[in-house]
Design a protein around this ligand. Structure first.
Ligand code: NDP
Length: 330
């Protein structure tokens, strides 16, 4: 098998192509021939050492492909998390690591059979960012008709999906983006208003758009550059959902800022905690895949790179040049 491996933290140059023996799945594992692997910002945080791993590591937390073999041992009962998949099945999954490869070992309880008509590319594009958007809009702060939300980086992988799901929940969506091209994409995904936060003061714009009332929730994945002003965009009892740090970590926080007349909520969600239990994992994954299969949720695959060019994919994602999903094609 071929894999992207890094043995030290650092820039994109630490990503090396390696040939390795194809592994044999152990109990509770499946060997999957990878057709598409998702590239996500978390892969960059991990590569840079912001999130610590055991090295050497193969990056990548999601993929899609064909099951080649299931490990030995009795199949656990469905209540214990039995696999839905068998050799030959087309599957997608969210895993811990190890997806930038031609052959991945995947825990069987994380395999999701792809619905008819969905390609591997769609499966790999949907799982991590789709479930994140679904969790944010339906559980972290469950949006309802009448709510106003602010979605930063609205033309990104999570952003385009979050705009669409927020609209389905009945909310008014204000998106922020860096370029006019990205603004058009966010609009097409349903954003009611789009702010070019590289040129406009997004706080002043949010105040203007909401007639000074603010939004019920900010979904902020940008972090350092947006955190402070995002708090000021919130209506009383509003939710500050800080779920990423594409521009760097937000500043250390004085909880007193949540007090006073606005009594704000602050949360730092992680998808992995929300879908740790298999019933939750299945619920969110199937919700997202079913919406895509039904044509209700549109995926944008902005770029696909050969596996060997994983470093170029990281450079593009980190430098704000991408829109929608970035994939690797092993
Ligand atoms: P995106 O496709 O959204 O790419 C990141 C975007 O962030 C860029 O395109 C850019 O949009 C914006 N951005 C703003 N400032 C910067 C900067 N200084 N450097 C780079 N990008 C910047 O990535 P993903 O969809 O993969 O992830 C989005 C965020 O969501 C990430 O922070 C990620 O960590 C987080 N996330 C968190 C999860 C969780 O469980 N908590 C799960 C999944 C994702 P623009 O050009 O419009 O400013």
């Amino acid at each position: 098998m071929k894999a992207i491996v890094y043995s030290e933290y650092g820039g994109p140059e630490v990503l090396k192509v390696e040939e390795r023996p194809t592994p044999t799945p152990g109990p509770g594992q499946a060997l999957v021939k990878v057709a598409a692997a998702g590239v996500n910002f978390i892969d960059i945080y991990q590569r840079m050492g912001w999130y610590k791993l055991n090295l050497p590591a193969i990056p990548g937390s999601e993929g899609a492909g064909i099951v080649e073999a299931i490990g030995p041992g009795p199949a656990p009962s469905p209540l214990e998390g039995a696999t839905e998949a068998r050799p030959g099945d087309r599957v997608a999954w969210l895993g811990g690591l190890g997806c930038y490869t031609t052959h991945a070992l995947v825990p069987t309880d994380r395999l999701i059979r792809l619905p008819e008509g969905l390609s591997f590319e769609q499966g790999a594009a949907a799982i991590l960012q789709g479930m994140t958007a679904h969790v944010l809009a339906t559980r972290t702060y469950p949006l309802k008709p009448g709510d106003r939300c602010l979605v930063h980086a609205a033309a990104g992988g999570v952003g385009l999906l979050l705009c669409q799901i927020a609209k389905m929940q009945g909310a008014t969506v204000i998106g922020t983006v860096s370029t006019a091209e990205k603004a058009a994409l966010a609009k097409a995904a349903g954003a009611d208003e789009v702010i070019l936060y590289t040129q406009q003061d997004f706080l002043a714009e949010v105040k203007r758009i909401t007639a000074g009332q603010g939004v019920q929730v900010v979904y902020d994945s940008v972090g350092k550059d947006t955190f402070d002003k995002s708090l000021d965009c919130l209506a009383p009892l509003g939710y500050m959902v800080t779920f990423g740090q594409s521009s760097g970590f937000p500043p250390l926080f004085d909880v007193q800022r949540l007090a006073g007349l606005r009594s704000l909520f602050l949360t730092r969600p992680s998808l992995f905690a929300y879908v740790a239990a298999r019933p939750d994992y299945l619920r969110h994954a199937h919700a997202v895949l079913d919406m895509i299969a039904a044509g209700q949720l549109k995926l944008r695959i902005g770029a696909t790179y050969p596996l060997e060019q994983a470093a170029a994919a990281h450079i593009a994602l980190a430098s704000r040049r991408t829109t929608g999903k970035v994939l690797l094609a092993p």
